[in-house]
Ligand binder design. Sequence first.
Ligand code: SAM
Length: 409
Amino acid sequence: MTGIANNSQMLSGAAIPPLFAQLAAFLQKYRAYWQLPPMTCQQLPWHAALHDVLIRLNLAELAAIDQSPQLQQQYFGAFFPELASLPSFWLAAPAKTDMAAAPFWLTNGIHGRKLAQIQQFCQFTPVSHLPVLEWCAGKGHLGRLYAAASARQVTSVEWQPALCEEGQQLATRFQLPQQFVQADVFSAAAQKLVQPEQQVLALHACGQLHLRLLALATQAGTAALQLAPCCYHLIPDEHYQPISLQAQQTNLALSRQDLKLAVQGQVTGGERIARLRQTEVTWRLAYDELQQRVTGLRQYQPLPSLAKHWFSGTFADFISHAAALQQLQLPKPLDYTELLAAGAERYLLLQRIDAIRHLFRRPLELYLVLDRAMFLQEQGYQVQLFAFCDYSLTPRNLCLQAKKLHANN
Ligand SMILES: C[S@@+](CC[C@H](N)C(=O)[O-])C[C@H]1O[C@@H](n2cnc3c(N)ncnc32)[C@H](O)[C@@H]1O
């Protein structure tokens, strides 16, 4: 394989393993700053100098810093000098000539952000004569638009029958060469779908789903792959099993909880979602404060995931429900105002801790994606990594593109 220069917007070839080594060393050196369960903390867990900076930041400032690599650098660069030398190609997509817009009847029913993501993902798909396999297709929006634009045969594999049915109806109605296969990608039937003479597209296939694709495609010697990974934490094991030889030699021992950091902090949710999230976390922390006082155990006891309506009702109802779930006898009367204030204080502490943890979120995601990239290189693929769309459109904007170097090897 030729070593291709690393330009500011794309990473490829020989530039990949050294960047991986740099990220692994960075994550290893500072693991005390990101590899911790922040909800359990009762105080800032780090040294006085960092404490002094964090303690001055309010929620609005913390939120602004969280969304801005420049502000992160400005506030915390002195504590983590290596941050400045990490690549920033993930922030923005390389320029591409716009494809002709798809006709409106084809894009009906695809919500705005998803449509833009699909269109930008397609822009980078190399022109080829190969049939296409769309992996974990959902309703196959990507496959449908791609089939319409390229007139190539697209097979869309998806597990949920209702999504397959809806996608197939649309393809049939518009007379597109797109065929759905309803299958679990972990089944032997799905394995047969992955072929050497093929181009596989996978947009936002979660953790184990895209790892399965990488295993099958490299086994089959599939000619071309284009993959935008997401949800790295959705794996069956408690701990992440690196797939490349180089990553297997690093020792980060990433738990599923650690992997969640790579996808934390969304830029796309909007203000209403952010407010709801703040309420949920504050109430959960307020309840935790209460349960610690009642049991006398200074130990965080997480509640299970709860229906959203619990966080748009009254705080008192939520507390009663949470206590019933954990069979906690509540003292009476309860000072809800004081409890809520305690929750808000813990929420602020959590945001301060996350301000530091989130400095490592992109390095961790890059570490994981480069593990996949190096695995593909080891299996004889030429690999490129770039942002297929701007970070503001979806934080899961990294795209791995791989081409088998020598067919039949
Ligand atoms: C995050 S969605 C992405 C869908 C689509 N590619 C997109 O970008 O809109 C992941 C999809 O994987 C499907 N899926 C989950 N587990 C699967 C499995 N075991 N086999 C096949 N598909 C699966 C889900 O039903 C879902 O449609």
